[in-house]
Design a protein around this ligand. Sequence first.
Ligand SMILES: Nc1ncnc2c1ncn2[C@@H]1O[C@H](COP(=O)(O)OP(=O)(O)OP(=O)(O)O)[C@@H](O)[C@H]1O
Length: 257
Amino acid sequence: MNKIIEISSLHYSINNKKILDDINISFGKGEFIGLIGPNGAGKTTLLKSINGINELDAGDIKIAGKDIRKMKDKELAKEVALMNQNTSISFAFPCGEIVMMGRYPYSRTFGGFTKEDSEIVNKYMNFTDTINFKDRLITQLSGGERQRVLFAKVLAQETDVILLDEPTASLDITHEEQIFKYSKELSDKGKTVIAAVHDLRIAIKYCSKLVLLDKGGIVKEGTAEEVITEENLKTAYGINSQVYFNTVSNSLDFFVR
Ligand SMILES: Nc1ncnc2c1ncn2[C@@H]1O[C@H](COP(=O)(O)OP(=O)(O)OP(=O)(O)O)[C@@H](O)[C@H]1O
């Protein structure tokens, strides 16, 4: 595996409460990883840590062999983009400007943005079906429309690592499938996508690898078959389930008893 993210002995706490506890994991180029686990498991915290937002208690995170603490903000932002879970935006910017913010790591101090930046913004706004919102204020969009604009912003950052925190939480089924399908296409082209996902079926369908977190630790990482087991679902979610092969969807499936 050609590793792009290496996390070793990561510990992170807030007010002496352990939030991430001794995380050791690597992610390869071209993987589409689904981070799963119950509320409060540490999915968002892990994504923020990879994006350099959290100051770690111990351990380190390397992206393409470089310790993220030694990277300048713009340098890290050319490698990693994060789409936040929180879509409640209070600043009233036009959507085109929001997506252009994804080009910030490439801007020059006095030069601002180029024609190429504008073309990239249009490309991803067309793709996410948000081009018609370009001049509208983001505060005037629905939750799902906003989420698509924020996805366009992350894509416009054109990084090798893309972190998505519950990217489809407010999306209708068409746009949900579109975001996962496109994320898979990006990973097929060599990008590494890590998405925190609650919908286990969509994670099973699209992700090449799953990481099950619980109480700040990794319960299991591997293929859907390795991770989605009755025992693991009981450990992490406390549910009694039956895992089976669904011959209609042609994939692993489960139901809660
Ligand atoms: N600023 C904070 N102050 C105190 N505790 C926090 C803070 N941010 C997160 N936590 C705690 O850290 C733990 C992990 O939170 P995190 O948001 O990473 O979980 P998650 O797996 O993303 O959950 P969800 O599925 O509900 O989004 C939770 O117990 C949460 O309450």
